[in-house]
Write a protein that binds this ligand. Sequence first.
Ligand code: HEC
Ligand code: HEC
Ligand code: HEC
Ligand code: HEC
Ligand code: HEC
Ligand code: HEC
Ligand code: HEC
Ligand code: HEC
Ligand code: HEC
Ligand code: HEC
Ligand code: HEC
Ligand code: HEC
Length: 278
Amino acid sequence: MKQRQQRSTPLTLLCSMILIIGLVTSVSAEEADVFSQPVKPLTTLECAQCHEQVFVDLRDSGGAHRMVCRDCHETFHNAKRNLTWDQRVPACVDCHETPHGEEADMVKCLDCHSNAHAPVASLDIDQLEPLCARCHEQPAAEMTNPSAHADLSCNDCHQEQHGYLPKCIECHEEPHSPFINSSGCMQCHPVHNVSEMLYGGQIKNSDCAGCHDGPGAELQQGHLAHSLLNCIFCHADEHGNTPDCQTCHDTPHSQEMLKEFAGCNDCHGGPHNLLPGA
Ligand code: HEC
Ligand code: HEC
Ligand code: HEC
Ligand code: HEC
Ligand code: HEC
Ligand code: HEC
Ligand code: HEC
Ligand code: HEC
Ligand code: HEC
Ligand code: HEC
Ligand code: HEC
Ligand code: HEC
């Protein structure tokens, strides 16, 4: 420092003097100007200059909270001493009351919504796990039935983010029927209670034929009225159900005639391949 000062020439000193005087006069001109202006509130972009992460959270994951900062933060940077945190930031209940009820584990909003500026994206599924049943009664009740899925936890399937819907093929890589989407599989397998077989809806003959290729092929090759029917039209209600011919046809022939034969199939072949002309 000393050396530099010694080297200063009168010329450089003069220059600095002029500069300083210039600065002082321009600052005071500006200040005079400033005090004649109204104070404008900070805009959201101005807040973001210092609170960039908050801004980024809101922008990328804020959802319905993508609002102007001051909509929520009416007061902030409160300089008074001894104010608690809660006195400096807004509370969720100011705007939302208690949307999930009054029970103790449902009122500590930030336990689950861990970031006020990303209230849905920041839901922590590990925190939620013990409470899934509170909001999703039906799947949780179904999962209490013993089944191959009951040993799994909700989050084994609904991974990483709240609301994630897994696909069956994530775990069942080579299912017995062609995979189009999980809801296809769920026509037969209720996912939260897989020990039960659903049976109904719009099950295609090819889905059954994946395992029962014999009846599948016979029915498809037939020329009589049965070949137009769905497997589940006859095998209704539950898997393995086999109907009697007479549940649909009552008594098409005289008792006299039928007495002579062991059953309808003696003449008609079988349900899946009715013999023509019988
Ligand atoms: C010039 C930088 C700057 C600007 C601009 C700024 N803040 Fe801050 N803010 C800070 C600093 C520094 C803190 C204290 C940080 C800490 O304690 O970690 C803070 C703290 C906060 C807090 C925490 C609560 C508190 O009172 O300490 C809130 C809320 C907040 N700011 C909101 C805002 C909002 C809303 C805006 C815009 C309207 C804004 N800030 C603009 C620098 C700024
Ligand atoms: C929907 C309402 C809402 C909006 C919009 C909002 N905040 Fe917040 N903010 C909150 C709440 C609630 C808290 C208190 C969270 C807590 O207690 O941890 C908070 C806390 C803060 C904090 C302190 C804790 C932290 O996360 O750093 C800062 C700083 C802050 N907000 C800045 C901002 C800024 C800047 C904006 C605009 C870019 C903004 N907030 C927009 C509701 C909001
Ligand atoms: C100043 C008012 C205000 C505060 C404070 C506030 N919110 Fe909100 N919040 C809103 C508004 C407005 C909406 C959009 C309309 C609605 O869903 O009610 C919203 C929506 C939400 C949503 C739905 C988000 C979405 O994208 O669908 C959640 C979750 C939420 N708030 C949680 C919280 C939590 C948790 C807190 C406290 C950390 C909080 N809010 C604080 C005003 C607020
Ligand atoms: C046990 C965890 C948990 C707690 C505690 C919790 N929430 Fe939620 N909240 C959720 C989940 C999960 C959702 C559903 C999010 C979705 O729609 O994907 C939700 C949704 C919301 C929504 C969106 C609208 C709605 O009703 O579905 C708002 C608003 C909300 N919470 C506010 C709050 C507030 C305010 C508190 C504190 C009083 C709070 N939450 C406490 C887990 C929680
Ligand atoms: C505080 C209540 C709450 C809690 C706790 C909660 N959820 Fe949710 N969940 C919701 C709400 C609200 C929705 C949105 C409802 C909708 O869109 O039909 C939702 C949506 C879902 C969805 C997507 C539904 C669909 O049809 O897209 C799944 C899956 C889900 N939650 C699983 C879980 C699991 C697993 C847990 C426990 C780790 C859990 N939830 C905890 C309230 C909650
Ligand atoms: C074996 C994996 C698996 C387990 C374990 C599981 N789920 Fe699911 N869950 C699914 C699949 C698959 C779907 C449907 C996906 C689709 O519709 O594409 C689903 C759908 C849902 C839905 C939305 C539809 C509905 O039925 O309301 C909710 C909510 C849900 N599950 C909650 C839960 C909860 C809570 C648990 C724990 C009690 C749980 N799940 C356990 C795989 C599972
Ligand atoms: C996160 C992995 C996972 C997902 C996703 C999943 N499963 Fe499973 N599933 C298992 C496990 C583990 C078992 C038990 C061991 C085994 O049989 O492989 C099982 C067993 C089964 C069984 C045999 C039941 C029994 O009683 O033997 C059926 C049927 C089944 N799953 C259907 C489905 C269907 C349909 C879906 C989609 C809607 C699905 N699974 C999604 C993991 C999963
Ligand atoms: C038409 C009804 C139907 C459809 C659709 C269906 N299944 Fe099945 N699934 C069955 C029947 C019936 C069984 C055998 C039950 C038995 O062994 O008693 C079975 C058995 C299973 C098993 C246990 C035995 C094995 O093969 O490992 C799994 C896992 C399974 N299905 C997964 C799936 C998946 C994944 C899909 C969707 C791609 C699907 N299923 C579609 C009816 C169906
Ligand atoms: C994943 C393979 C699979 C699928 C898909 C499947 N089944 Fe089965 N089915 C079986 C097994 C295994 C049995 C029991 C073993 C046996 O008796 O052949 C069976 C038994 C039956 C029986 C009873 C057989 C008897 O001798 O009593 C009928 C009827 C039947 N299935 C019809 C259907 C129909 C209709 C569909 C479509 C809705 C279907 N199955 C889908 C594997 C399957
Ligand atoms: C017109 C009604 C009808 C239709 C359509 C039908 N079935 Fe059957 N099925 C029967 C009857 C009745 C039996 C009882 C056995 C008998 O009387 O020979 C039977 C028996 C069975 C059996 C056990 C005996 C065997 O032949 O292996 C299986 C498996 C079967 N059906 C599967 C299917 C499948 C798969 C389809 C669709 C591709 C289908 N059925 C369509 C009426 C029908
Ligand atoms: C679930 C109902 C159902 C069952 C069970 C059933 N059928 Fe049929 N069957 C029909 C229908 C529907 C038709 C076509 C309309 C009609 O003729 O009534 C038909 C038609 C027929 C015809 C006439 C075929 C033609 O193209 O002219 C014969 C023969 C017949 N069934 C025999 C049988 C025999 C034998 C059995 C038992 C092995 C049987 N059906 C079981 C529903 C059934
Ligand atoms: C002795 C052989 C024989 C036996 C046993 C027999 N059928 Fe037939 N069935 C026939 C003949 C032949 C026809 C064709 C008659 C015609 O075209 O008018 C026929 C026609 C039918 C038709 C079509 C009639 C119509 O009105 O279109 C049905 C349905 C039928 N049989 C059902 C049955 C059922 C169900 C049984 C068992 C209870 C049975 N049959 C037993 C020989 C038999």
